[in-house]
Design a protein. Sequence first.
Length: 135
Amino acid sequence: MPKKAKFNFRPSRIEEGAWQIVASLSGHDDRVIKGLSSQEDCHDWMNGSRKIDWLRSQGYAKSLTVARPPRRRCSGGRMKLKLARPDRGKIDMSEDVAVRYWCKHLGITRPQLQHIIDKVGHSAAAVEKELGIHD
Protein backbone atom coordinates (compact mmCIF):
# COMPACT_ATOMS: atom_id res chain seq x y z
CA MET A 1 0.00 0.00 0.00
CA PRO A 2 1.53 3.35 -1.01
CA LYS A 3 2.35 5.83 1.73
CA LYS A 4 -0.12 8.69 2.00
CA ALA A 5 1.07 12.25 1.44
CA LYS A 6 1.28 14.20 4.69
CA PHE A 7 1.22 17.96 4.63
CA ASN A 8 2.59 20.10 7.44
CA PHE A 9 0.55 23.30 7.89
CA ARG A 10 2.19 26.32 9.60
CA PRO A 11 0.42 29.63 10.18
CA SER A 12 2.58 32.72 9.75
CA ARG A 13 1.92 36.41 10.21
CA ILE A 14 2.69 38.58 7.18
CA GLU A 15 1.77 41.90 8.80
CA GLU A 16 -0.83 43.31 11.18
CA GLY A 17 -4.19 41.75 10.25
CA ALA A 18 -2.72 39.57 7.46
CA TRP A 19 -1.88 35.91 7.98
CA GLN A 20 -1.09 32.99 5.73
CA ILE A 21 -0.65 29.24 6.06
CA VAL A 22 2.40 27.55 4.57
CA ALA A 23 1.64 23.98 3.47
CA SER A 24 4.78 21.83 3.23
CA LEU A 25 5.02 18.41 1.64
CA SER A 26 8.37 16.64 1.68
CA GLY A 27 9.96 16.66 -1.78
CA HIS A 28 7.64 19.38 -3.13
CA ASP A 29 7.60 23.18 -3.16
CA ASP A 30 5.76 24.86 -0.29
CA ARG A 31 2.28 26.11 -1.06
CA VAL A 32 0.83 29.23 0.52
CA ILE A 33 -2.80 29.79 1.53
CA LYS A 34 -3.41 33.53 1.80
CA GLY A 35 -6.31 35.76 2.76
CA LEU A 36 -6.51 34.96 6.46
CA SER A 37 -7.00 37.79 8.94
CA SER A 38 -5.83 36.39 12.27
CA GLN A 39 -4.10 33.50 13.99
CA GLU A 40 -7.52 32.28 15.12
CA ASP A 41 -8.71 32.37 11.50
CA CYS A 42 -5.66 30.21 10.57
CA HIS A 43 -6.50 27.68 13.30
CA ASP A 44 -10.17 27.61 12.20
CA TRP A 45 -8.97 26.94 8.63
CA MET A 46 -6.62 24.14 9.71
CA ASN A 47 -9.17 22.47 12.01
CA GLY A 48 -12.25 22.90 9.84
CA SER A 49 -13.64 21.83 6.50
CA ARG A 50 -11.64 24.43 4.54
CA LYS A 51 -8.46 22.35 5.02
CA ILE A 52 -10.15 19.23 3.60
CA ASP A 53 -11.65 21.29 0.74
CA TRP A 54 -8.17 22.61 -0.09
CA LEU A 55 -6.64 19.11 0.03
CA ARG A 56 -9.39 17.86 -2.32
CA SER A 57 -8.76 20.76 -4.70
CA GLN A 58 -5.08 19.75 -4.80
CA GLY A 59 -5.95 16.09 -5.43
CA TYR A 60 -4.72 14.83 -2.04
CA ALA A 61 -8.06 13.92 -0.47
CA LYS A 62 -10.93 11.88 -1.83
CA SER A 63 -14.06 13.66 -2.92
CA LEU A 64 -17.22 12.50 -1.28
CA THR A 65 -20.03 11.74 -3.67
CA VAL A 66 -23.48 11.41 -2.20
CA ALA A 67 -25.66 9.56 -4.68
CA ARG A 68 -28.85 10.30 -2.79
CA PRO A 69 -29.77 12.42 0.21
CA PRO A 70 -28.39 11.04 3.47
CA ARG A 71 -30.72 8.87 5.50
CA ARG A 72 -31.12 9.41 9.21
CA ARG A 73 -31.39 6.38 11.40
CA CYS A 74 -32.53 6.47 14.97
CA SER A 75 -30.62 4.28 17.40
CA GLY A 76 -31.08 4.45 21.14
CA GLY A 77 -32.38 8.01 21.12
CA ARG A 78 -29.45 9.33 19.06
CA MET A 79 -29.68 10.29 15.42
CA LYS A 80 -27.03 8.83 13.13
CA LEU A 81 -26.25 10.06 9.65
CA LYS A 82 -25.61 7.39 7.06
CA LEU A 83 -24.16 8.51 3.72
CA ALA A 84 -24.79 6.66 0.50
CA ARG A 85 -21.69 5.19 -1.16
CA PRO A 86 -20.87 6.35 -4.68
CA ASP A 87 -21.52 3.87 -7.49
CA ARG A 88 -18.06 2.93 -8.81
CA GLY A 89 -19.58 1.61 -12.03
CA LYS A 90 -20.80 5.08 -13.01
CA ILE A 91 -18.85 8.12 -14.21
CA ASP A 92 -19.89 11.29 -12.36
CA MET A 93 -19.07 14.31 -14.55
CA SER A 94 -19.79 16.68 -11.63
CA GLU A 95 -16.77 15.39 -9.67
CA ASP A 96 -13.50 16.85 -11.02
CA VAL A 97 -11.33 14.21 -9.38
CA ALA A 98 -13.41 11.41 -10.92
CA VAL A 99 -13.38 13.06 -14.34
CA ARG A 100 -9.58 13.48 -14.22
CA TYR A 101 -9.23 9.81 -13.25
CA TRP A 102 -11.48 8.57 -16.06
CA CYS A 103 -9.85 10.83 -18.67
CA LYS A 104 -6.40 9.52 -17.70
CA HIS A 105 -7.61 5.92 -17.43
CA LEU A 106 -9.31 6.04 -20.84
CA GLY A 107 -6.69 8.25 -22.53
CA ILE A 108 -9.21 10.85 -23.70
CA THR A 109 -10.05 14.50 -23.01
CA ARG A 110 -12.91 15.80 -20.88
CA PRO A 111 -14.99 16.95 -23.92
CA GLN A 112 -14.50 13.54 -25.55
CA LEU A 113 -15.62 11.83 -22.34
CA GLN A 114 -18.68 14.10 -22.11
CA HIS A 115 -19.58 13.34 -25.75
CA ILE A 116 -19.38 9.58 -25.16
CA ILE A 117 -21.43 9.84 -21.94
CA ASP A 118 -24.08 11.84 -23.81
CA LYS A 119 -24.14 9.03 -26.38
CA VAL A 120 -24.04 5.85 -24.21
CA GLY A 121 -24.81 7.00 -20.65
CA HIS A 122 -22.84 7.18 -17.38
CA SER A 123 -21.98 3.48 -17.14
CA ALA A 124 -18.20 3.01 -17.06
CA ALA A 125 -18.57 -0.36 -18.83
CA ALA A 126 -20.62 1.23 -21.64
CA VAL A 127 -18.05 4.01 -22.09
CA GLU A 128 -15.19 1.47 -22.20
CA LYS A 129 -17.15 -0.65 -24.68
CA GLU A 130 -17.74 2.41 -26.89
CA LEU A 131 -13.98 3.06 -26.87
CA GLY A 132 -13.18 -0.60 -27.55
CA ILE A 133 -11.50 -1.09 -24.16
CA HIS A 134 -12.16 -4.45 -22.49
CA ASP A 135 -10.53 -5.11 -19.10
